[in-house]
Design a binder for this molecule. Structure first.
Ligand code: HEC
Ligand code: HEC
Length: 278
């Protein structure tokens, strides 16, 4: 308990200092993630470790070799879908966007982001569906369908190895704050927060698995337990279910906000999707 109140105290001091700077500075609207984020869920930049570093040598080898990484069944499907019309006379993704490897490089790192048109936070999956519906006249793809996972992992691959250099600007500040509060709140019948496991107890064992720092960079990932590829939101729902909390619907703003918070909490780590997990 002492530990927690200490953190809360430090955080308030930091905030008071920040508020002072805010009064003096006109550039305060676009401020650094670090300033907002310090709280019981946060990890300092030099403490952050890739999810893969917590995995067995076998899993690491599987993820690191594209020839045996099972995710590539979905990636290859995504590559095919990119250049094919979804129905006769509709334009393919490629006919507008050309080569995905170059033109979509770095794009996955900008999600979730604020969408001015729909006035909400959208992730890469929502953007893909927006193009399907508005630019191709096709039906939106369902969450966790092979098709949506395929396109998402194909586009995410174009940013593999890259790190995000985004800042928390005004458009996403409120969403980030809500994501952070959710992360640090006790939830479910087990009365645990995300921070309890992934910030305070990473490296400990739980049910035969080593708890990682809970970073998002491996997703979409192939999970042996699922016997297929899954999205980050599917993984988050598994954690919610693990602590017997309400399982938020796919695409809900709460899950988008959590995704956004995780994005900044893991900033500095390279995108490693398509991951392989147990
Ligand atoms: C008719 C042309 C057209 C087609 C077909 C199309 N898009 Fe787009 N796409 C756009 C335009 C224009 C934008 C810029 C934002 C907007 O207007 O929505 C965009 C934006 C995007 C972005 C966001 C890029 C960024 O920098 O954030 C992604 C990702 C994307 N499209 C993926 C796809 C995928 C996947 C498909 C096929 C399923 C597709 N698009 C089909 C025109 C198209
Ligand atoms: C009771 C402990 C516990 C709680 C609470 C918990 N998780 Fe997890 N989480 C796990 C375990 C165990 C795994 C699988 C092993 C690993 O990769 O960490 C996991 C995996 C993850 C992963 C995937 C990491 C990777 O590299 O594959 C993310 C992201 C994640 N959790 C986020 C969250 C979020 C967000 C919350 C709060 C809603 C949360 N977790 C709550 C135990 C927990």
């Amino acid at each position: 308990m002492k530990f927690f109140s200490q953190i809360a105290f430090d955080w308030r001091v930091g905030f008071a200092h920040f508020a002072g700077v805010l009064l003096l500075s006109l550039s305060a609207l676009s401020c650094n993630a670090q300033v907002h984020a310090e709280g019981p869920g946060w990890l300092r930049q030099d403490e952050r470790r890739s999810g893969l570093s917590f995995k067995s040598e076998d899993l690491q080898a599987q993820q690191n070799d594209d020839a045996i990484n099972p995710s590539f069944l979905w990636v290859d499907q995504g590559q095919r879908m990119w250049s094919e019309a979804p129905q006769p006379h509709a334009p393919s993704c490629q006919s507008c966007h050309s080569d995905a490897k170059t033109r979509m490089k770095g794009v996955a790192l900008n999600y979730p982001k604020w969408d001015k048109r729909s006035k909400q936070l959208i992730n890469l999956e929502s953007q893909i569906n927006a193009c399907r519906v508005n630019k191709q006249g096709a039906k939106a793809l369902a969450y966790e369908s092979d098709e949506l996972l395929a396109l998402t992992s194909w586009l995410t691959l174009a940013s593999r190895g890259m790190t995000s250099e985004r800042r928390i600007d005004q458009s996403i500040a409120a969403s980030f704050d809500r994501g952070q509060r959710f992360y640090e709140k006790r939830i479910g019948q087990n009365n645990l927060s995300c921070a309890h496991c992934h910030t305070q107890h990473f490296s400990d064992r739980l049910g035969g698995e080593v708890i990682s720092q809970g970073h998002p960079q491996a997703y979409p990932a192939y999970r042996l337990e699922w016997q297929k590829m899954g999205s980050l939101q599917r993984r988050l729902r598994a954690c919610l279910s693990g602590v017997k909390a309400e399982i938020l619907p796919f695409g809900s703003q709460e899950l988008m906000e959590l995704e956004l918070y995780l994005h900044f909490r893991g900033q500095g780590l390279a995108l490693e999707s398509p991951g392989v997990r147990r």
